[in-house]
Design a protein around this ligand. Structure first.
Ligand code: ADP
Ligand code: MG
Length: 323
């Protein structure tokens, strides 16, 4: 079973950035207002995430690292109504399987905290510890017991690049969170909470770029679109600057990507990948996020609605600008 667990772990945890993604999503789910991420050596040596969220109840400690245990599904139907980020209950178990894992947590208002250590899937007895309210997870020596996977890791700089990208997706989707990212004790991003998406975008891309963005917003048949896109006459083409979020989570979607390129077709601009930060909201019943464990690909029951809405929203916006 231990071998099977380690193979299963590899499904979800491919590299340090996968750990960061799962831990960040958990901290968001736990209604944190401040999350700090500390990375050592591209995440290969250490990944540490500290949040001020609701914490884990002492009774749920061992369960939280058990496979397929989650506090987020009440019955099978809930799988189709997932609103929170995580819902499969396998991330912590998978991470703890292939690392030296430490969990410390104190529930809001609780007198004491708890600590649990797991070394390569082997649980030590949890014990009481002093810690602030919230949750702190430390993941050391990732893949120490799966040498092949460890060997396939790239340089620390490359691995950190992937981590930074995961951090960016969460940061753009949640401007209301105070977020900090450190690498080897240096601050890479310190992002104060804001109500304004544009302020967060400015911290990432600078005001030179954000000044060129235009706001779009529309609604049709229960589907909403809002966000910023490049001005058609000035946009720079870059894959990096294209972000799509569905119901608060980053997604990759070829069809919507295509709608975006189509909207800019024939307009003056370089290339076909306009910078965009678009937030789509649809009824969660209409989306199956459960396509792949890493959850960035989604399946829509009616993908045509969003495609047409995105295309027409942008086209109408550009028409009104009299380009
Ligand atoms: P999932 O997120 O799919 O439920 P995970 O393996 O990611 O599964 O997490 C297992 C459980 O551990 C969660 O359901 C949650 O109850 C608890 N948990 C994990 N991280 C945190 C956190 N930062 N704050 C509070 N609870 C957490
Ligand atoms: Mg999770």
């Amino acid at each position: 079973p231990s071998v099977i667990n380690k193979i299963a772990a590899g499904e979800v945890i491919e590299r340090p950035a996968s750990v960061v993604k799962e831990l960040l999503e958990n901290s968001v789910d736990a209604l944190s207002s401040r999350i700090e991420v500390e990375i050592e050596n591209g995440g290969v040596d250490c990944i540490r995430i500290v949040d001020d969220g609701e914490g884990i109840h002492p009774d749920d400690f061992e369960l939280s690292v058990a496979s397929h245990a989650t506090s987020k599904i009440v019955d099978a139907d809930d799988l189709f109504r997932v609103q929170t980020m995580g819902f499969r209950g396998e991330a912590l178990a998978s991470i703890a399987e292939v690392s030296q894992f430490q969990l410390r947590s104190r529930r809001r208002g609780a007198d004491i905290g708890m600590e649990l250590n797991v070394h390569g899937g082997i649980l030590k007895e949890p014990h009481v510890c002093g810690c602030p309210e919230g949750t702190r997870i430390e993941v050391r020596q990732l893949f120490f017991n799966t040498p092949v996977r460890r060997k396939f890791l790239k340089t620390p700089a490359t691995e950190f690049g992937h981590i930074s990208e995961q951090f960016t997706r969460i940061a753009l989707a949640n401007p209301n969170l105070h977020l900090v990212l450190r690498h080897n004790d240096k601050i890479v991003y310190e992002l104060p909470a804001t109500h304004r998406l544009i302020e967060r975008l400015e911290l990432f891309y600078g005001s030179k770029l954000t000044e060129q963005l235009i706001w779009v917003e529309s609604e049709h048949e229960g589907a909403h679109i809002r966000g910023y896109v490049a001005h058609p006459s000035q946009s720079k083409a870059t894959r990096k600057g294209q972000y799509l979020f569905l119901n608060g989570r980053w997604i990759q979607d070829r069809s919507l990507q295509h709608a975006l390129s189509e909207a800019y077709r024939g307009l003056v601009m370089v290339g076909r990948h306009p910078i965009s930060f678009l937030f789509l909201e649809v009824d969660p019943n209409q989306v199956d996020v459960n396509v792949h464990p890493t959850k960035s690909e989604v399946r829509f029951q009616n993908s045509q609605i969003l495609y047409r809405l995105l295309l027409s929203t942008l086209r109408n916006q550009f028409l009104s600008m009299d380009l």
